[in-house]
Each structure stands twice: as structure tokens, then as C-alpha cells.
Design a binder for this molecule. Sequence first.
Ligand code: SAM
Length: 284
Amino acid sequence: MYDLTNEKTVKQILARHGIVLSKARGQNFLINPSVCPRMAQVCGATKADGVLEIGPGVGVLTAELAKVAGKVVSVEIDKGLPPVLAETLADFDNVTVIEGDILKTDVKRLLDEHFAGMKVAVCANLPYYITTDILMMLLESGLPFASITVMVQKEFANRLCAPVGSRESGAVTVGAAYRAKCEKMFTVSAGSFLPPPKVDSTVMRLTPYETPPVPVTDEGWFFKVVKAGFNQRRKTLTNALQAGLGITKDRTAAVLAEMGLPATARVEQLDLAQLAALANGLRL
Ligand code: SAM
């Protein structure tokens, strides 16, 4: 069994497979031995459960997940890594590696095919360049994950946990607040990675609510409205929604007025209940 937290060992495996780590793919691999067992514990999976991992790299987190979970499915975009994983995870018979881009993967189908009848948690050290896209996709999907445990850059964690209706918030803040209880679990220093990134990271756990905290009549539409608003966050909602969704300014202004808000309101000034009411009002 390889020690995948040993920098020299990891470098040797990568060199033997002719792999050069790619910054563009967010390939900062964990080499701090205490982090992956903690993440596996935080994700809460047991031998009765499945885990979906995004971006296994050389398998350092995958191995810890395989120890606690009944089954692990890991989706990796880098074609060079599945042969490495076949070697590093050879001792585990409960891991399936799928080569592919998680953003182009039909996750519902993947869950049906690999985890029928099981509770499924997501656990991943996310590639930082698409952290938002991946989390939005998971949150928008509405799939019944038991938990979503992700390592993200510290600044991103702050944005994710920011109050909806504050300047730090974004569409992903709203998605997270609507869908899940968000907790910062622990911080991981930049030196825990090979190569070290410029900033520290935070492990977050999102626990999806059984019932969302605010009533939304059409979730797909709600996410569209929120994303269109934040795409042009410095503009008024009337302008942003006209540009993004073709809704007339008068229509948005009328719904805002019914809610007691001025036509000059910007998306980051609305709290979660107001964003839900806006989307519901515009859907009618
Ligand atoms: N889990 C490993 C660890 O903790 O050391 C690697 C984490 S590294 C931050 C991110 C991983 O995600 C890399 O292996 C990278 O190749 C992979 N990746 C990047 N973009 C991806 C995508 N769109 N779909 C699936 N995997 C992706």
C-alpha cells in the first residue's frame, strides 16, 4: 500500500506515469496525513452508505473514504490518473473510478446506476477553478445527498456562509442557504498540498434540508432568477432580469412594489425569503 501523503512517493508515482500536475485543472494534491481521515469522518458515511467523490487525483482522499463507506465512485477528468488510481487503490474492492468531467456527468443517472437503495454523500477536495460551478450544479440538482463535504478556498467558504442579502453573497450563497445547513468544519493550511496553493482552504459540510426554509413554487425558475440577478449584481434587479431573462422592467418593478421594495433594488439587498417571493411573483 502506498503512503499517498508522502511527497516523495507521490512525485515518484506521477513521474512513473508521465504526469505533470496541471494548474489549469486545479491539481493541488493533499499530502497532510491528518486531513483526509478527518474529511472522511466529517462526511459521515458508514459501510451502509455510498460516497461520490469529485476529482480523486492520486486517491489520497479516496482511500480514506473507501475505508469508511460501503462504496465510493470517483469522477476524474484527467485521463492520465485512472491508471495511477488502479495502482494506488488496488487494495480496495469498493471503489469505481469514472473518467469524465463532473460538469458533463449525468449525476442522477450515476447515482441510480451505482448507488441504488443507498444513502449517498459527496466528499471532495474541489478543483478551485470550478468550485462555484460544481457546487451550483449539486445544489440545483436537488438530489437527496445525505451531506456534501467539500474543501474549498478560504475566501470561497466565507462567501458561501455569508448572509443572503449581504455584499459578500453570491448566487452560490443563495443556493446553499436555500438547500442546506452550511458549516465550516476546519481550516487547512496551504502547506498541506502538493504544490501549495497561494491561500489556505476550509472544509465545509452542507447538510441538505428535507424541506427548504422558504417556499419556492418552481426551483428551476428560482435558480434562474437568482443567477440572472447576480450575473449583473451592480445593476438594479429590473435591469438585470431584463438583460438575463427578458422580463420587462415594469413587471419586475410591479412584483418588487408588491413586496414593498423599490424598483431600484439590487439582488444583494434581498434576503432569502424576498428572493423566493420575487421568483414566485415573476413566475405567475
Ligand atoms: N482528491 C485529490 C486530493 O485531495 O489530493 C485531488 C484534488 S485536486 C484539488 C482536484 C482534482 O479534480 C484533480 O485530480 C483534477 O484533475 C480533478 N478535476 C478537475 N476538474 C475536474 C472536472 N471538471 N471533473 C472531474 N474532476 C476534475
